[in-house]
Structures are given as structure tokens and as C-alpha cells.
Design a protein around this ligand. Structure first.
Ligand code: SF4
Length: 404
């Protein structure tokens, strides 16, 4: 079922891109690569790994492993409107309804045998312990080996060395589990591609900062976190280039992403993954645009191809969700200033300690630089209790407040 879904998605996107090759197509190219990853995960032919967030996908890609963080499945099920059934299934088998629904969705799908068996699993200690618990659960169910990356929270020479040594151990683990030999030259080539994609993404983000911004509220949804899956590949470069080119063309012609852009917003943490009309409505009613997401930023330096493990370790440690809330808040302030933001929306994803637990600190931090925050209570995956009318009322009042 899932294989057919991704296969059909892939062919319909290929057709659309080929029919209008000169039209803006960045989002279509992004979706096409996502469909291809999904297809490979469910093909039964590729070596696959289920992982946590922050895993070095460039290492996995250059070793020929199709890999994906488990939260992607929750998001994908929500986008197809199917997550509710799986979340209910997880709750019926005893998982607490106040845990993150990204995780409940995948646990429900797991219990219904809809998750393909991996060759191995890689967990990380960031951004949350819930994700690691799900990976442990999957490893037990599939009777497959699990490697856990223990990511230190502080950026220090000692910690970078500690994590880069673990990355080398991870390579040995993959060799043992799959029989695939590690090829240093392949990793070097992959790192060159990672660096190229990084440069293009920085260019795209810098263009998104322009006033008016060439982005609308949807084009960069989930972009940063999902393109991490493509690091070390030509596909990653292709997608980043498509975004850079599309934004550059718009800036050159003076075209804004949202007609008559009046309000520039920052979206904190995850977007809502099921279908809804909030962003389009904000654009049409208020000329308000989400020009930056917290998860869309490059926080890491170019990686030295002759010392890739150190560079990758630095990249993982740099993720703003790794470490104290202060680090995350400083990053949010930085984004708010860079993108000249007037207000921020925090969905406070239900069951997320980061999303709900830090809401007060985030509001206070952004208030210090004059950026108000509206804290919502949304479950970004579970549509069953989503009251769109109430959310619209809150946002309308918020936009009215920041417009005055
Ligand atoms: S929303 Fe929160 S709890 Fe859920 S996966 Fe993300 S960080 Fe973890």
C-alpha cells in the first residue's frame, strides 16, 4: 500500500515537472525527492535504517543506506489524513495520550505492521527522549540491532571528539550489520555534495530575508528538517538549487511570495502536518506570511572533506534543539531579527516537552526584542481535536494586535 502510494506520487510529480519545466518547481522537486525516499523505504530492495533526528544522513547515504527519522512517518500519515486511526491504535494498546503524536502515530502503524523491517536502527539523544524510546521499541519488535548516538549538549573540543569517535563507531556498526564496506573516498564525495547543498540553502535563506520576501507561507514548510535526509547526494543539491533559483527569479522581478506582504511571521518548531487552510487564510485575509521557520536554518560550518567526522559532529551539536533552552531562544531571537519579524506563532505541539515546556521562556525571550508570540494548543499530527475556527479567532486577534 505505502509503496504504491509513493510510486504514484513520484510518477505524478515527474509528469508535472516535465510538463512545465520552466515554471517555478522548487516545491515539486522537493516533494519528488521525498516520494523517492518513501518509495525506497518501502521497496523491499534497499538496505534501510530507521533513525532519530540529527543522524548523519550523509554518512548513511554514501554507504548506500536509505534512512529516515521515524517522525517523518507520523508527518506523512497526517498529510494523507490517516494518522488518527494509527494514533487511536497506539492509545488502545496502552500508549499515553499525552505523549507526542508523531510517536503515537508511528507506534500505531508499527502495531499494524505498516512499517518496513529495517536492517538496523540508529537513535539519537536529541531532540527528545520520546523519539529514542520509539526507536528502542522498534528495535525490539524487529529484533534488529540499535546504535545510539549520545549527543553532548555543550560545544567543546572534548565533546566534538567524543561525538566524532561515536560516528566512526557508527560506521563500523553499519559495516557489521550490512556487510557494506566503508569507502572513505565515497564519504569525501558525499561531503562535497553536503557542502554544496549547504551553500545553496544559505543563498535561498538569504533571499527569503528580503522585503518583500519571495517565499509564501507554504513553500518552506518542513524544508530544513526533511532536506537533511538528502545530504551527501545529488538530489540534495538539485532541490536546494531549485529553491535558490526560484527565490532569485522572484527577487529579480520584484515578485513577493504573498501579494502585498504586510505582516512577516516566524513559525516556531513543527508545522501542522495534516491538511488545513490556516496559512492560505492568513495570506488572503491579512497579507501575512510565514517567512521563516525555526527549523529552517544552517547553524553549522562547511565540513572539511579531509576530516569529515569532526565536521559532522560539530554540525550535530550545533542544532539549536540540542542543549539548554537559552541556546534555542538565542537562535529564535537571531532569526526574528534577521528576517525582520513582527510576530511569532508557537503551535506548542501537544505532548512535546520542547514545544509546550519552553513556551513561557520563548515568549519572554522574544518579548525582550519586541516580538510578541501567540501560543496555541495544537496537535500538529492529530486532526481529531483540531478546532480550526478557534485557532483562526486567536490568530486574527494576534495579527490585529501586531498590526496596530
Ligand atoms: S514534537 Fe517534541 S516530542 Fe515530538 S518528536 Fe518533536 S521534539 Fe520530540
Amino acid at each position: 500500500m505505502m509503496y504504491e502510494y509513493f510510486k504514484n506520487l513520484e510518477s505524478s510529480l515527474e509528469k508535472k515537472i516535465n510538463e512545465t519545466p520552466k515554471s517555478p518547481n522548487a516545491r515539486k522537486k522537493y516533494s519528488l525527492e521525498v516520494a523517492r525516499i518513501g518509495k525506497r523505504l518501502y521497496s523491499g530492495k534497499d538496505k534501510i535504517a530507521w533513525t532519530g533526528i540529527g543522524v548523519p544522513f550523509d554518512i548513511l547515504n554514501t554507504m548506500g543506506i536509505t534512512s529516515c527519522f521515524v517522525e517523518f512517518v507520523g508527518a506523512m500519515l497526517a498529510s494523507t489524513g490517516a494518522s488518527g486511526n494509527f494514533i487511536k491504535e497506539a492509545e488502545n494498546t496502552g500508549y499515553a495520550s499525552d505523549s507526542c503524536s508523531y510517536h503515537r502515530a508511528i507506534l500505531g502503524a508499527l502495531s499494524q505492521n505498516l512499517i518496513p523491517k529495517p536492517d538496523f536502527l540508529v537513535g539519537t539523544t536529541l531532540p527528545c527522549s520520546g523519539g529514542l524510546a520509539v526507536i528502542e521499541n522498534m528495535a525490539r519488535k524487529f529484533k534488529k540491532s540499535l546504535f545510539v548516538l549520545n549527543v553532548p549538549q555543550e560545544d567543546s573540543l572534548q565533546n566534538i571528539k567524543y561525538l566524532s569517535d561515536q560516528l566512526k563507531d557508527l560506521v563500523n556498526f553499519i559495516q557489521k550489520e550490512t556487510g557494506i564496506n566503508f569507502d572513505e573516498n565515497k564519504l569525501k564525495e558525499g561531503i562535497k555534495k553536503t557542502n554544496k547543498a549547504r551553500d545553496l540553502m544559505i543563498e535561498a535563506y538569504n533571499l527569503a530575508k528580503k522585503i518583500p520576501s519571495p517565499v509564501d507561507s507554504r513553500i518552506l514548510k518542513d524544508f530544513g528538517i526533511v532536506t537533511a535526509l538528502m545530504l551527501g547526494t545529488d538530489a540534495g543539491i538539485e532541490v536546494a538549487k531549485a529553491y535558490r533559483d526560484e527565490f532569485q527569479a522572484k527577487v529579480n522581478s520584484g515578485e513577493s511570495g504573498v501579494k502585498g506582504e504586510k505582516i512577516r511571521l516566524l513559525w516556531i518548531q513543527n508545522r501542522i502536518q495534516f491538511r488545513y487552510q490556516l496559512e492560505k487564510w492568513m495570506e488572503e485575509e491579512f497579507s501575512a506570511s510565514i517567512v521563516i521557520d525555526e527549523l529552517n536554518d544552517i547553524t553549522w560550518e562547511k565540513i572539511d572533506v579531509d576530516d569529515p567526522f569532526t565536521g559532522i559532529a560539530k554540525r550535530i551539536i550545533s542544532i539549536p534543539f540540542n542543549g539548554k533552552a537559552e541556546k534555542r531562544i538565542e537562535h529564535l531571537k537571531f532569526l526574528a531579527k534577521e528576517y525582520k519579524i513582527q510576530g511569532a506563532i508557537n503551535p506548542c505541539n501537544w505532548g512535546c516537552r520542547q514545544g509546550t515546556g519552553e513556551r513561557g521562556l520563548i515568549s519572554d525571550g522574544l518579548k525582550e526584542i519586541g516580538v510578541p508570540v501567540v501560543n496555541l494548543e495544537i496537535d500538529c499530527i492529530d486532526q481529531r481535536n483540531f478546532a480550526e475556527g478557534q485557532v483562526k479567532t486567536r490568530i486574527a486577534a494576534f495579527i490585529e494586535m501586531i498590526s496596530n
